[in-house]
Each structure stands twice: as C-alpha cells, then as structure tokens.
Write a protein that binds this ligand. Structure first.
Ligand SMILES: O=P(O)(O)OC[C@H]1O[C@H](O)[C@H](O)[C@@H](O)[C@@H]1O
Length: 507
C-alpha cells in the first residue's frame, strides 16, 4: 500500500464537510474543479472531494505512474497484458505509433472510397448487423446526429432475438439495401446468425448472390473473405470493440452524414487526445474525472454512477457508457493477476432528462443508495421548437444538481408540513449528494468526438489508478461457452435449475 493509498483510506474514513461548506471555505473551488475545453464545460465542483482529497488522488496517480501508462498508451506499447496487445484506437484519429497510424489511415482511405461510392448509389437503407462494441458506438452516433443526414437510413440490428430483424426488415427495400456485417472477430454467433438470416431474406427477394453485396467490417479480414463478403474494411486487432467506433465500425454514421462529419468527429476526438496528453494533471478533464470516479467507487465504496443526458440526442449515452466503463473496469484482479484491493467500476446506469425526473429521481434525492450523478446538457438546442422547451430543459438539469446538493432540512420540512412530524420526515431531503455537470456548447460531430474520447480516457485513468487492465473482457466468455453447451443439449454440466429451464423451453 502506498502512502497516498493509505492517506486516501484515512480520508475516506473521516466525514467530509458538507459540499456547501467546501464551497464556502475555498473560494477557488469552482475554478479548481471546472475545466473549459473543446466546447465542453466540465464541472466537477459538486462531487464529494476536497482540495486535500484531490491532492492525495493526484499523488496516488503519480504512484501508479499515470504519466508513464499514458505514454505507453500513446506509444503503442502493450497496455493489455492478458492479450499481449497495445490499444491503438487513437491511431484511427491520428495519434500513436507511426505504424499503427499508417495502418489506420489506409483503413480510413478505403472506407472513404466506399462511403462515397455507396452515397452515390441508389441505396435507401443500410442494415448494420453487429453487437456490443460493434453496435453501441454507431447506434449512439446515428441517434445523436443522424436525423438530418442526407445519406441512406441506417438500421442497427444487434440482438439474436428474431424480433430485432422482424422489426428492421420491413423497413428496408431488399433491392436498395446495403448490408454491413460488423464483427471484430467475425465469429460472434448473434452477428453471424443475423447475417445468415438477412442473406436468406435477400435471396428470397431475388438477389442471387447476396453475400457479394455485403460490406464486412472486421479485424479478421481473412474470415470475412472466406465467408464471401463483397467488400472488407479491416481494422486492427489492437482496437478493442468498445473503442472501435472511430474505425470503419462507424461506417453507417459516415454513410448517413457524409465524410465531412466523420472527419469532424475524429478531429474532436484528436483534440481531446491532445488535451489528455498535454494538459497538466490538475487541469486535465479526463484525469480529474477519473480521479473522482476512483474516489467515489474505490474509496467511498459508492457502487453506482448515474448518467442523465438532458438532451434526446444523447439518450443512448448511458447504454454506450455501460459497456465502456463496466466492460473495461469491471474487473476483480489487477493486471498482474492479484485480487484487487477494493471496488473497481461502479454500476453505470442512467437515462434522459427530464423523463427520468418523473421516474427514478426519487431514489437519487431520498433513497439510501448514494453515488455520483452526472448531468449532461447542451447549451444550443438541436431543434427549432419554441425556445421554452430548451429553457425548461436546461433549468431542470441545473436545478436537479442544485437540489441534490442543497436538500431540505427537517426544520424547513416541518414548516412546510404544518407541524406534522411524520409528513415532515417524508419531506426531508438529506442533500449533500454529489453530482457533476458537463455542459456542451453545441452537439456537433466535433464536440461529440471530444466527449466520447473524454470518456475513453477517463476510463483509462481509473484503470491505471486501480492497476487493472481496461482492454480485455474475459468475463463475457464463460456464459458464451455455456450457451453453446446448452444449445448442444446440455449434457450433465448444468445445475438442476438450468436443467429444468432447458427441459421446459429449449428443444
Ligand atoms: O465485434 P465482435 O467480435 O462481434 O464482438 C462483439 C462484442 O462481443 C463480445 O462478447 C464482447 O463482450 C464485446 O466487447 C464485443 O464488442
């Protein structure tokens, strides 16, 4: 245990003054805990950290060699030891070792040619078949910025549940639909099964060689070629699925919105890469956010982190971040194989404001589960509806963070309750509940790129402090193996509960 680690444990065992007191006692607090960069105002000042805690977290980061690990990430050194790999997603936006950047550039060039070709063809719909990291990023991009795109409509099909295809296929004209099959491994059963079903559908509609009309996006191009894909856009094995939207995995967004928007998305991410690499640790948005994440989850034992986007365009962000944060940092051993010495990633959950206020915020304000809440808002509306919509939206967003912090004292509640103590108890808010707010000037491709790269780096910072590997995901494998065994008839490898379920409903 390092000195910084034991100091942080001591600090976590000591009650922190209320947030309001922290603001009163430190006139610099707002300036220290806010960062204005790349069109995003990051406000971490209502998180439950003091200047002393922050300094100890910075010392903890230094002891964990954050600067060294960051350099290793940028240099293309092995940062994923269990797979003996680098993590080169940043090469897709121009940062990293020369060989990785050159390979990514070649991939982008091939993608651009295909984008321009398909956008010039009479294609009305694109079916994007992929799951997990091969679906969530592109789905978020399309949902956020695709409404006004001038390219084909794009439909993302992920689930093996036939319902997903049953909904998507009727929306597509088989003669004028392009199919993209996205799978890093090109073996994922959901994706391969959905692809096969779509090939049958095309054939039934008179397309003689449907596979020749597909575009495969994969890190296993030889498998895609053997399968018979018409075109193959490869990306590097060192690009993890949940970090892959910058590669040709993001193809449907480029098809829908065009190469200019695709480039701007990358420019925003590249600008955030530079911010993460070059800005002092104390003014560095992903570093500050990652330190506060570790403080809450690891030291304070807060095992949930809520993300609420006060913008319909970002409604898919919680789902995207669930994979990014939980698949990256939901680990129980360090990169050296030792058990972790405390909690790692919190459970990421969330929703959209203001909807969520009317559904789950009761628990945030008065429930017994406490964890940091992150609000996102965009200053400029993305629509031309009457201005009152956006004003109300933003006012609600800012007020929720204020209310979480302020609360309502028992005395104030009693005054509101006509002296009825039982009612006053129900109307009391403990307050002092932590939140962060990210305020975007506008939601354009550049800012979205910067935002998503911010979350990637923040996740990396947390992993470095905890000593875990954020780039592998062995925890998803056992369930896949057992699903195959269940499909093959089970044998005697299952427990009585599973055997009974299979006997009831699995032929
Ligand atoms: O892109 P694929 O190889 O088809 O993998 C799709 C997804 O499935 C896996 O099970 C992993 O948990 C994800 O990280 C991955 O993104």
């Amino acid at each position: 245990m390092t000195h910084a680690d034991s100091l942080l444990r001591d600090l976590a065992a000591t009650p922190l003054p209320p947030l309001a007191t922290l603001f009163d006692d430190d006139p610099d607090r707002l300036a220290q805990l806010t960062v204005d960069a790349l069109g995003i105002y990051f406000d971490f000042s209502r998180l439950a950290v003091s200047a002393e805690i922050l300094a100890a977290l910075q010392a903890r980061a230094a002891a964990a060699d954050l600067a060294g690990w960051r350099a290793r990430l940028f240099d293309g050194a092995v940062v994923n030891p269990s797979e003996n790999r680098a993590a080169t997603h940043m090469a897709e936006r121009g940062a990293g070792a020369a060989a990785a950047v050159a390979a990514a550039d070649a991939g982008q060039l091939a993608m651009r040619a295909l984008v321009e070709q398909v956008r010039a063809e009479d294609v009305t719909d694109v079916l994007h078949i992929g799951i997990g990291g091969s679906a969530l990023g592109p789905a978020l991009l399309l949902d956020a910025l695709g409404r006004d795109g001038d390219g084909p409509r794009c439909h993302i099909v992920a689930n093996i549940d036939g319902e997903a295809l049953a909904r998507a296929l009727p929306l597509c004209d088989p003669q004028r639909t392009r199919v993209i099959i996205v799978s890093k491994t090109f073996t994922t059963t959901e994706t391969m099964t959905n692809a096969a079903t779509v090939m049958d559908w095309l054939q039934r509609h008179g397309i003689a060689d449907p596979r020749a009309r597909t575009i495969a996006v994969t890190a296993a191009p030889e498998k895609a070629a053997a399968w018979g894909a018409g075109a193959v856009l490869p990306f590097a094995e060192t690009v993890g699925g949940r970090y892959s939207l910058w590669s040709a995995v993001g193809l449907p967004f480029a098809l829908r919105c065009g190469w200019g928007d695709w480039q701007a998305l990358h420019d925003g991410a590249a600008a955030m890469d530079a911010h993460f690499r070059d800005t002092a640790m104390t003014r560095n948005a992903p570093v500050l956010a990652g330190l506060c994440d570790v403080w809450a989850a690891h030291y304070q034992g807060q095992q949930v982190r809520g993300v609420f986007a006060y913008d319909e365009r970002l409604r898919m962000l919680p789902a995207f971040l669930q994979q990014l944060e939980m698949e990256s940092n939901g680990k129980r051993v360090t990169r050296d194989g030792a058990p972790v010495d405390g909690p790692t990633a919190a459970v990421t959950w969330g929703g959209t404001g203001t909807d969520a206020q009317h559904a789950v915020f009761q628990l945030l304000h008065q429930g017994t589960v406490v964890g940091p809440v992150e609000f996102l808002a965009v200053a400029e509306p993305g629509h031309a509806m009457p201005a009152t919509h956006h004003q109300q939206l933003l006012a609600n967003c800012f007020a929720q963070g204020a209310a979480l912090m302020k609360g309502r004292s028992p005395e104030a509640a009693l005054a509101l309750s006509g002296g009825n103590a039982r009612l006053a108890a129900a109307k009391t808010f403990p307050g002092n509940r932590p939140s962060a707010t990210l305020l975007l000037e506008r939601l354009d491709p550049f800012t979205l790129g910067a935002l998503l790269a911010f979350y990637e780096h923040r996740t990396f910072v947390g992993a470095v402090l905890l000593g875990i590997n954020p780039f592998d995901q062995w925890g998803v494998e056992l369930g896949k193996e057992m699903a195959s065994a269940a499909l093959a008839g089970g044998g005697d490898g299952f427990d009585p509960s599973t055997n009974a379920l299979m006997a009831r409903a699995l032929e």
